[in-house]
Design a protein around this ligand. Structure first.
Ligand code: F6R
Length: 610
């Protein structure tokens, strides 16, 4: 997904911009570019491929300067080419823009107000510098226009007028020849401002600038910002506004690999800590405080999410309905957004589950739920993300920064939030509540035991030789089988399907052969015998079966080919050890196949387009 960075200050800007772009490589991109203002000259350079290619193809001189912008692009309009890479410039090469988001009406702008302009790229973004150019010309007298110097007010007003033409989403940085600063603006796309000593950093996300400063301003929806090395000015709705700085406590080390070969492995190993941190945030002396007292009045809950977060939500439905006996409806955000949904918002609390807090479909769903009059809650892992700004309330999952594209520790902390929510909403007797809390408090240790005791690598070696697999489970472990399949397919490229164990016989049986291993979650719950029955049916069709089963369950060995043993918990909490085991299985299988684990092909960490 696109990333933007900018610098204004007293140091050489280019090395700072390049380092910042490297730090956000995890977002996924296919081309990149930088632009430095060198003594009033606009020096741009772009490349297809990695930041390292950009660095090695940069000329040795000509890119000195104290103001620069940079961009990593994930193609949406136009192929990943040098021409389509950002920054984009106006026809005179004097106004440069990097952009994250989508301008929906760019075609009509090209045919309308910009009909005389010649465009170089196929991008939606290129209309922005051209628009700023015409707006600037409208505002300046001929003397001002030819003076070669521009002030902050002139540039800000031109950018503001240009933005009024745009429909869609954007976080933009604008550099203008003759102006010693940058202008930035955001609408439905994240943008942060890092504050240093006589210097400022602008970026789409915090890790981009965290090695330079931990003083961060999270810009609000429709903020327009002007930064010069000694000043910052923020405007919203036509008036100046003050935005508070947050001190970010994540260290750079937090965001680095910490000795593991891949971020994903490090992040799986952080699952026990992430669970503990999340519990600590909301659980004191056996009492749950989510800071959301209004949800106790909800007659039902609506959960909207995408991808892995959707599977967490599906698990959340089982958990909340079991513990709190409140009906929960869950919707894939991209479907909910365009459905004829009937909803009485006064009775429903809508929750958006999104680790990044930036997933476009989920944000749209949140807006739609608000439109129905629902009270809204964001469950997210990213402080200051767009979801937190949109929702009435936020519950943070405290997983810490997650760099690997595949969600792991953020997923498991989403599950923990659902246990907390279910218990918070429950009306169970105090003694039963206390038993559940005690079980919940064991989860960091249970997750740790999976990491310490389960020898997953032998199973991964076995699985890595196949091209097709099924993951099956029932009840609260159905979503966990879906998650296991998603994780395996996205990082190992093995075709994996998650299924309700009882459903295979309704069609997928036709695919079962000795070359389609099945991973079956066989937790000792109320329907254990039924799931075991499903496994026997699968075995009878010739597929090898690996079970994920609890220690002490000897029976299962009679019916399957191999067993991944996980610590015993009460059935409702079994998704925690099962998830850790499946995350490890996906990781080690992908490693066995030599895949590029942290950045799987075609995927991005946050999906900010619909
Ligand atoms: C898979 C994965 C994705 C995300 C999905 C939603 O490992 O990470 O499926 O879960 O793109 O992202 P968020 O949770 O940021 O809304």
């Amino acid at each position: 997904m696109c990333g933007i960075v900018g610098y204004v200050g007293e140091r050489e800007a280019l090395p700072i911009i390049l380092k910042a772009l490297k730090r956000i490589e995890y977002r996924g991109y296919d081309s990149c570019g930088v632009l430095v203002q060198n003594q009033g000259e606009m020096m741009g350079h772009k490349e297809v491929g990695a930041i390292d290619c950009l660095v090695s193809s940069l000329p040795e001189s000509g890119y000195e300067g104290k103001i620069a912008i940079g961009h990593s692009r994930w193609a949406t309009h136009g192929a990943p080419t040098v021409t389509n890479a950002h920054p984009h410039l106006d026809c005179n090469g004097e106004i440069a823009v990097v952009h994250n988001g989508i301008i929906e009406n760019y075609q009509s702008i090209k045919e309308g107000v910009l009909c005389d302009c010649i465009f170089k790229s196929e991008t939606d973004t290129e209309v922005i510098p051209h628009l700023i150019n015409i707006c600037l010309k409208r505002k300046l007298s001929p003397t001002e226009l030819h003076s070669g110097e521009l002030n902050a007010l002139q540039v800000k007003e031109a950018v503001k007028e240009a933005l009024s033409y745009l429909r869609g989403s954007y976080a933009i940085l604008v550099a203008v020849k003759g102006f010693d600063g940058l202008v930035a603006a955001r609408k439905e796309s994240p943008l942060i401002l890092g504050v240093g000593d006589r210097e400022f950093f602008l970026a789409s996300d915090v890790p981009a600038v965290l090695d330079q400063t931990n003083r961060i301003i999270f810009l609000e929806e429709e903020d327009l910002v002007v930064v010069e090395k000694d000043s910052i000015y923020i405007e919203n709705g036509g008036s100046e506004v003050k935005r508070e700085e947050s001190l970010i406590e994540w260290t750079i080390e937090d965001a680095e690999k910490g000795g593991y070969e891949h971020f994903m492995l490090k992040e799986i190993h952080e699952e026990p800590k992430a669970i503990r941190d999340t519990l600590m945030g909301y659980l004191t002396e056996g009492r749950i405080n989510l800071g959301l007292d209004f949800i106790v009045d909800a007659e039902s809950i609506l959960l909207v999410a995408c991808g892995t977060s959707y599977y967490a939500a599906l698990c959340g439905k089982y958990i909340i309905e079991n513990l709190a006996k409140i009906p929960v409806r869950i919707e894939v955000a991209s479907e909910f957004n365009y459905s004829d949904f009937v909803l009485d918002g006064s009775k429903v609390v809508a929750m958006a589950i999104t680790q990044s807090g930036e997933t476009a479909d989920t944000l749209t769903a949140l807006k739609k739920a608000k439109g129905y009059g629902c009270k809204t809650v964001a469950i997210t892992n990213v402080l200051g993300s767009s979801a937190t700004r949109l929702a009435d309330e936020t519950i943070y999952s405290r997983a810490g920064p997650e760099i690997g594209v595949a969600a792991t520790k953020s997923f498991i902390t989403q599950l923990i939030i659902f246990y907390l929510l279910g218990l918070f909403l429950s009306k169970m007797p105090a003694s039963v509540f206390a038993e559940h809390i005690n079980e919940l408090k064991r989860m960091p240790q249970i997750a740790q035991r999976v990491l310490d005791e389960v020898n997953i690598q032998k199973h991964a070696r076995y699985l890595s030789k196949y091209e097709h697999t099924f993951f099956v489970g029932r009840g609260v472990n159905l979503p966990i089988s879906l998650e296991g399949a998603l994780k395996l397919k996205e990082i190992s490229y093995i075709h994996a399907e998650g299924y309700a164990a009882g459903e295979l016989k309704h069609g997928p049986f036709a695919l079962l052969t000795e070359d389609t291993p099945v991973i079956a979650i066989l937790t000792r719950d109320d329907i254990y015998e039924k799931t075991l029955g499903n496994v026997k049916e699968i075995k009878a069709r010739g597929s090898p079966v690996i079970a994920i089963a609890e220690e002490g369950d000897e029976e299962v060995e009679k019916y399957v080919d191999d067993v991944i043993r996980v610590p015993r918990t009460s059935a409702l909490f079994s998704p925690i050890p099962n998830t850790v085991a499946l995350h490890l299985l996906a990781y080690w299988t992908a490693k066995e196949r030599g895949c590029e684990i942290d950045k799987p092909r075609n995927l991005a960490k946050s999906v900010t387009v619909e």
